[in-house]
Design a protein around this ligand. Structure first.
Ligand SMILES: *[C@@H]1O[C@H](CO)[C@@H](O)[C@H](O)[C@H]1NC(C)=O
Ligand SMILES: *[C@@H]1O[C@H](CO)[C@@H](O)[C@H](O)[C@H]1NC(C)=O
Ligand SMILES: *[C@@H]1O[C@H](CO)[C@@H](O)[C@H](O)[C@H]1NC(C)=O
Ligand SMILES: *[C@@H]1O[C@H](CO)[C@@H](O)[C@H](O)[C@H]1NC(C)=O
Ligand SMILES: *[C@@H]1O[C@H](CO)[C@@H](O)[C@H](O)[C@H]1NC(C)=O
Length: 362
């Protein structure tokens, strides 16, 4: 009698295995890289020395950011770029929401270049939840000023469905995460500002505390606080959690060697929370040095992310753009006269053409 029971048990298990595998093979929606430079000069205290900006725009005497992005799309299958910019750059050092026309049109050259490739393009305000050392809505610029900044940005790109609004890069040391979540909510980005600005379909990225660490997103309270941020109709559609994670020993993204795939400490608890709460996340910064340890661990991380592609939308490397090619985390491709040569990490692990885990190439 035991034997038929065992057979039927095995049959059930193998049906379940097929179902699980079907989920495992769903590709990630997004893969790409940061195109940095308009954020150069910004510090973690929310100061930005705008004379240190190095636009990755050829016409502004910078590197060929357009060429880099075209290469990444055509040769690697990337379909998203994150375009960091300092708040001070856009307003020409005024702590307001009013965009300086010249400064904004410079930044818009990069955004237009990005959109011309057909990729999604993230506007990333790279200010660590601060302006000149003071936290938004907690001693620094008011929520209304921050909302005005985003109203002006969202109005400009209201008809560009491929623009993604990255509310804020890496908030950290926020005394009250609930108050920060209220600042994000009060942008009315979320409740209605973005939508009043005519931007009705774009993705909006919601940033938690601790430099948007994927590892402490749940344990540090960001998940619970940001869970209250919804659309005006109560849905979560296109409201995506923004998370970062590096693979070096101190998660600083300053060391060449990778020591972890982050699965047990970060991606597993994050994915579990997202699934239980009907939310999704995008990993907008990750990376490592051009060394074998990073090729190995990042491949494992991306493989796991792809297995969670119902709740993790994709990953973006840090960083290409205006960085020197010998910067420790450089993903800057080198033009050799006829084509672009990728870094080891991109060509061996992060390129969708290599890992075949991203929708753009499978
Ligand atoms: C806008 O920025 C430019 C520099 O790009 C500056 O010369 C100009 O004075 C600024 N305009 C205003 C109104 O602040
Ligand atoms: C967006 O499209 C609408 C409808 O065509 C148009 O009225 C509006 O001016 C456009 N907005 C921008 C910023 O181009
Ligand atoms: C954080 O802010 C919320 C809402 O403003 C408030 O209810 C709560 O008491 C604050 N928490 C602390 C620890 O101050
Ligand atoms: C330049 O790069 C392209 C693309 O990676 C490659 O096919 C070609 O062989 C390279 N040429 C030289 C001279 O290195
Ligand atoms: C081009 O890529 C190869 C690996 O494919 C690497 O060995 C070589 O150093 C790269 N060249 C440049 C100029 O980066």
């Amino acid at each position: 009698m035991a034997i038929p029971f065992l057979y039927s048990f095995v049959a059930t298990v193998s049906t379940m295995t097929v179902a699980v595998n079907a989920q495992v093979f769903a590709p990630l929606q997004f893969a790409g890289v940061n195109i940095a430079g308009f954020d150069f000069g910004c510090g973690t205290d929310g100061t930005c020395v705008i004379s240190e900006t190095v636009p990755p725009v050829y016409q502004l005497s910078g590197v060929d950011g357009l060429g880099q992005m075209q290469h990444f799309v055509n040769d690697d299958g990337y379909n998203v770029f994150r375009l960091p910019v300092g708040w001070q750059y856009l307003t020409y050092n005024q702590p307001t929401g009013v965009l300086n026309e010249t400064q904004f049109s410079n930044y818009n050259m990069l955004v237009s270049d990005c959109l011309s490739t057909g990729a999604h393009c993230e506007i990333d305000i790279h200010n660590y939840a601060r302006y000149d050392g003071e936290i938004i809505g907690q001693g620094g610029p008011t929520n209304e000023v921050f909302a005005e900044l985003w109203y002006n940005i969202a109005s400009y790109w209201q008809n560009e469905t491929n623009v993604i609004f990255g509310v804020m890069n890496e908030p950290h040391d926020i005394p009250n995460i609930t108050t920060w979540a209220e600042s994000v909510f009060q942008l009315k980005i979320i409740s209605s500002l973005f939508r009043e600005a005519g931007a009705t379909t774009q993705m909006i990225l919601l940033p938690g505390n601790d430099y948007t660490s994927a590892e402490t997103f749940v344990s540090g309270g960001s998940a619970e606080a940001l869970a209250m941020v919804t659309n005006p109709d109560g849905t979560f559609t296109n409201l995506i959690m923004d998370v970062h994670k590096y693979l070096d020993y101190d998660n600083s993204g300053t060391n060449a060697a990778c020591v972890t795939n982050n699965i047990d400490d970060s991606w597993y608890p994050l994915a579990t929370w997202l699934r239980a709460n009907g939310r999704q996340a995008l990993n907008t910064e990750t990376g490592g040095g051009d060394v074998d340890s990073c090729v190995g661990y990042i491949s494992q991380q991306i493989g796991y992310q792809a297995a969670q592609s119902d709740v993790i939308l994709g990953y973006l490397g840090w960083s290409a753009g205006s960085f020197a090619t010998d910067y420790v985390l450089s993903e800057v491709p080198i033009y050799n006269g006829t084509g672009w040569n990728d870094t080891l990490l991109v060509s061996m692990a992060m390129s969708p053409m290599t890992n075949m885990l991203v929708a753009s190439v499978v």
